[in-house]
Write a protein that binds this ligand. Structure first.
Ligand SMILES: Nc1nc2c(c(=O)[nH]1)N[C@H]1C(S)=C(S)[C@@H](COP(=O)(O)OP(=O)(O)OC[C@H]3O[C@@H](n4cnc5c(N)ncnc54)[C@H](O)[C@@H]3O)O[C@H]1N2
Ligand code: MOO
Ligand SMILES: [Mg+2]
Length: 423
């Protein structure tokens, strides 16, 4: 008699796993190497932006009050007493009737309170003196980027847990962060299991297949932000598999195995978990594919027993492993974002369990549409080519029609959402 497994809801399974998700430690990397990493520190403005009153235009700086009498019929003249390129502080204080020729980004000279663009000024020379005239009034503060007008010193600007993208890097550079505290990538030990598995370099032989899960999951780990420790393929032999898994526990933050979690004669993972004295959080989830996904915990270390079937394996990773990796990296939004889209085609299959259909989501005419990416079978690998989302169909439903609104879980995005979604 095989053991009877009791399926639990996906949401409950995710919650059980996330109860063991922990923030990891940090490491320091150069700003150049920080792309795609996650900030492990809050960033406060250690200076105002801009750090000084500066000109946003190429033009002239002067005292605005000097233009009070100016009009289309009456030009006010200034003597141009200095030139201020960007990067240079003026050494003098402007007096009434004096102007400084100033470039975009240059600091305003003392005594000046406005800037007029070249386009509204007339430059000329008289008696070897450099002069400028203007036929309009300018108000104090016009065309000045005031110190601190963008950001005051001390402002909390970037939250720990923020994904580092080009815009974040621009701000880090502004504040002089040559090195950045980023979350250390969690190291995930990855075993593939199955006597039938060949290496990617091997020629096919009868009865065997190439190991695709290893490369797929390694890539999913990297996409989720983790670091992979490839531990190779284990034949379906209890002792060698048990020893290999046991030995690796102290070298990695968590372990993923693929295959061997169902009820077959060579599905060894449940017994390996028992011998490891790891507690199984669940061994059956009310979902398709990936219903046999098993997660165990030894001490506080998570062991993910993903299904051997490629699509089930893929789905199991995104639902259960990805949020743990995200949490380890301080993400405040560890769950894949969810929205709704219009179904492009009939999907007549009934859904006894929550179904995660590997799908392609896209925009058309301002609406989000979703279509199944290929045959919806757990053993299928080719439907993963076009997959950038899951269509999540609730358990207990009887099939869907073209044009129905269905739920979408996005996979190809670095932005998650704060709340776990419910099925
Ligand atoms: N009597 C029952 N049989 C099965 C059940 C069940 O409930 N009762 N569940 C089915 C479901 S659902 C799934 S999913 C699979 C899960 O199988 P396992 O997780 O035990 O995985 P394996 O038996 O090791 O392999 C299944 C399948 O996947 C292929 N595979 C395995 N590893 C890889 C790899 N690295 N790369 C590519 N393909 C791989 C393997 O050759 C098998 O074809 O069990 C059902 N059976
Ligand atoms: O767990 Mo299986 O993937 O439901 O097909
Ligand atoms: Mg099996």
């Amino acid at each position: 008699m095989i053991e009877k497994r009791t399926p639990i809801k996906v949401t409950e399974a995710v919650n059980r796993v996330m109860a063991y998700a922990r923030e990891h430690t940090y490491e320091i990397v150069s700003i150049e190497e920080s792309d795609g990493r996650v900030l492990a520190e809050d960033i406060f403005a250690n200076q105002p932006i801009p750090p000084f009153d500066k000109s946003p235009y190429d033009g002239f700086a002067f005292k605005a009050a000097d233009t009070n009498q100016a009009s289309q019929d009456y030009a006010v003249s200034f003597e141009v007493v200095e030139h201020i390129p960007a990067g240079t502080m003026s050494s003098r204080t402007l007096q009434h009737g004096e102007a400084a020729r100033i470039m975009t980004g240059a600091p305003l000279p003392r005594g000046a309170d406005c800037v007029a663009m070249f386009e509204v000024c007339q430059s000329y020379e008289d008696n070897e003196k450099e002069l400028m005239s203007i036929k309009r009034t300018i108000q104090a503060g016009d065309n000045v980027n005031h110190k601190g007008s963008e950001t005051l010193e001390g402002t909390h600007l970037i939250e720990k847990g923020t994904y580092i993208h080009p815009g974040v890097k621009a701000v880090l550079a502004t504040f002089g962060y040559a090195t950045v505290h980023v979350s250390k990538k969690p190291v995930i030990g990855l075993f593939t299991t199955g006597t039938e598995l060949l290496d990617v370099k091997d020629d096919l032989v009868p009865g065997k297949i190439r190991n695709s899960n290893g490369h797929m999951i390694a890539s999913q780990i990297k996409r989720a932000g983790g670091e992979v420790k490839m531990l190779g393929t284990l034949a379906d032999d209890f002792e060698t598999s048990y020893n290999a898994i046991q030995e690796t526990l102290h070298e990695v933050d968590m372990v993923i195995t693929t295959g061997g979690v169902s009820v077959g004669d060579y599905d060894l993972m449940p017994d390996i978990y028992d011998k490891l004295e790891a507690e199984q959080l669940f061994n059956k989830v009310a979902m398709r594919p990936g219903s046999v996904t098993t997660v165990a915990v030894k001490g506080d270390q998570l062991l993910f027993g993903l299904s051997g079937n490629p699509s089930a394996c893929y789905v199991g990773f995104e639902l259960f492993v990805r949020p743990v990796i995200q949490k380890a990296m301080f993400s405040k939004q560890p769950y894949p974002p969810k929205s709704k889209a219009y179904l492009t085609t009939d999907f007549p299959k009934p859904n006894p369990f929550t179904r995660f259909v590997r799908s392609r989501v896209f925009f058309k005419d301002g609406q989000l549409w979703i279509e199944p990416a290929g045959p919806d079978k757990s053993a299928v690998v080719t439907s993963l080519i076009e997959t950038n989302a899951f269509m999540m169909l609730p358990g207990g439903t009887r099939g869907f029609k073209k044009g129905d609104r269905v739920e979408v879980i996005f996979l190809e995005t670095v932005y998650g959402q704060k709340e776990p979604w419910t099925t």
